[in-house]
Design a protein around this ligand. Structure first.
Ligand code: IDC
Length: 482
């Protein structure tokens, strides 16, 4: 019932935002039809596939995920991922006001190095849930790593003595008066704390100074699942949220002109399919904006544990379709920006889980969106249980896909043993198109039509190809050699 109430809350946002009914693909504006893609340094369009790593970082004293280089090797070999949404936190970046912890950033940089060594692209996600680990049911503690929330440092947590009653489900803490007040103080809805958003923007500048020249880091996700406190919907998204994004983008650009800036909508309601009222963010970088839209997808049916069968599947499909139309609409409002699904995830043991996972990746493919699955942590939501047993996720993720395209993708699709890609080559891009091909469908040599093979590396499972000179739109297919 509470979950439904959360959706209704966002329904208010829908009505206020005045967006068109986004029921069909044709009604969501012209900018929605052509996806745009983040680019790598070589100018290639990136199709990002990977995991959130990891929830465990929320509460470790050193802020690092419980995730080793061996874990990364296993993930890479089993699923061919090339992307990670790596969790960082404000409490770790700025443990005391105005002091940035360079040792913490060293540790982040070390992990980024693990990914870089394997050809991954990294998004740094300034994570928060329920504002801060300093929020406890007894009030605000000096600890930054409490059991309820995570994100903001203790010194930036002001509940003004309002209560935080215990809740059975973590999301419900968002409705506690003390938590709402902590957010109201952060956004300065109270008028008492104009300094907090300024600190937040400057903390991001400190991160950007560190990673501006790191080629593996392609994106900064400015805030995980923003929550507006007592301001919801349009009043929040077009107000303090957009203002914080604008200010933080400007701060980042003082240090970093290259990395994509990812903005999320408010999570309440929009995660479940309601339209966002987020407004355009200006990017002062020279050479055109590098803003991306990075929403999350959590249909209420899946969160309630209904699985993906019968009527729950019908309802879920409808939510995903509404969500898809809303996401494309907002990406258009933001300026026809690339889309990266920062989070989707579920208990993989639910009935129909595999079909749902396939459906989301298929939806992402059609709208040209990157995906980071929530999450790589061991357990029933992840690719591996705590004892190392793979879940259905491993096979679902391990599919052929183009990772980097030397031009603009028009359409692509794949089965276990076939990949087809149509794209408009960009002749100014010298680097080849790069395609991941799992061992299951491609045990030996490959057969390519429509392009020349540059290299087929059976160890890394990466095929690189070059399109013929002078061609317009190119369609290439890859199958196993007979
Ligand atoms: C969840 C973790 C859970 C933890 C909770 C609060 O899986 O162990 O107790 O956070 O820290 C999100 C959030 C993401 C959530 C995830 C799954 O961004 O932090 O992780 N989720 O609940 N939004 C919707 C779902």
């Amino acid at each position: 019932i509470t979950s439904v109430a959360l959706v209704c809350g966002a329904g208010g946002a829908t009505a206020q935002s005045g967006l068109p009914d986004t029921g069909s693909g044709s009604s969501n504006g012209s900018s929605a039809s052509t996806p745009s893609y983040p680019k790598d340094d070589a100018g290639r369009s990136l199709i990002l596939r990977g995991f959130n790593t990891a929830s465990s970082a929320k509460s470790t004293p050193d802020g690092m995920p419980v995730f080793t280089e061996a874990d990364l090797d296993r993930e890479h070999a089993a699923m061919g991922t090339g992307f990670v949404r790596f969790l960082i936190s404000w409490r770790s970046v700025e443990p005391t006001p105005g002091q940035y912890d360079q040792q913490y950033l060293d540790r982040v940089e070390q992990r980024v190095g693990w990914y870089a060594a394997r050809g991954y692209k990294v998004m740094l996600d300034m994570h928060q849930d329920v504002y801060s680990g300093a929020i406890t049911t007894a009030g605000v503690s000096t600890s930054n790593i409490g059991g309820i929330g995570n994100g903001a440092p203790a010194w930036a947590t002001y509940t003004d003595g309002l209560p935080v009653p215990p809740q059975g489900q973590w999301e419900l803490y968002y409705l506690d008066p003390g938590v709402i007040r902590a957010f109201d103080n952060f956004w300065n809805n109270t008028g008492n704390h104009p300094e907090l958003v300024e600190h937040y923007a400057n903390a991001w500048r400190a991160v950007a100074q560190r990673f501006a020249h790191n080629d593996a880091v392609v994106a900064y996700d400015l805030m995980n699942e923003p929550f507006g406190g007592s301001k919801q919907g349009r009043a929040f998204e077009a107000g303090p949220l957009a203002a914080m994004y604008q200010r933080t983008t400007a701060a980042i650009r003082q240090a970093d002109h290259k990395t994509w800036v990812c903005v999320e909508p408010q999570s309440v309601g929009v995660n479940q399919g309601a339209p966002s009222a987020l407004t355009k963010i200006d990017d002062p970088r020279p050479g055109g904006p590098r803003i991306a839209y990075c929403p999350h997808l959590y249909p209420i049916t899946m969160d309630l544990g209904a699985g993906y069968t019968g009527i729950a599947r019908v309802i879920t499909d409808a939510s995903v379709e509404t969500w898809r139309a809303g996401v494309q609409y907002t990406a258009g409002v933001l300026g026809g920006v690339p889309i990266i699904i920062g989070e989707f995830g579920l208990d993989t043991t639910l009935p129909g889980a595999r079909d749902y996972i396939d459906h989301v990746y298929d939806t992402a493919r059609k709208i040209g969106a990157g995906v980071s699955y929530w999450s790589s942590d061991p357990g029933t939501w992840g690719p591996y249980l705590s004892n190392g047993t793979p879940t259905v996720l491993v096979d679902a993720v391990n599919k052929p896909y183009p990772r980097a395209v030397a031009g603009t993708p028009v359409d692509w699709s794949s089965t276990t043993s076939q990949l087809q890609l149509t794209y408009r080559p960009d002749r100014t891009v010298g680097a080849p198109t790069e395609i991941y091909l799992p061992r299951t469908g491609f045990p030996g040599d490959v057969h390519v039509t429509g392009a020349q093979v540059v290299n087929w590396d059976r160890a890394s499972r990466l095929l690189t190809v070059q399109s013929p000179a002078g061609s317009g739109t190119v369609t290439l297919t890859v199958t196993p050699a007979a």
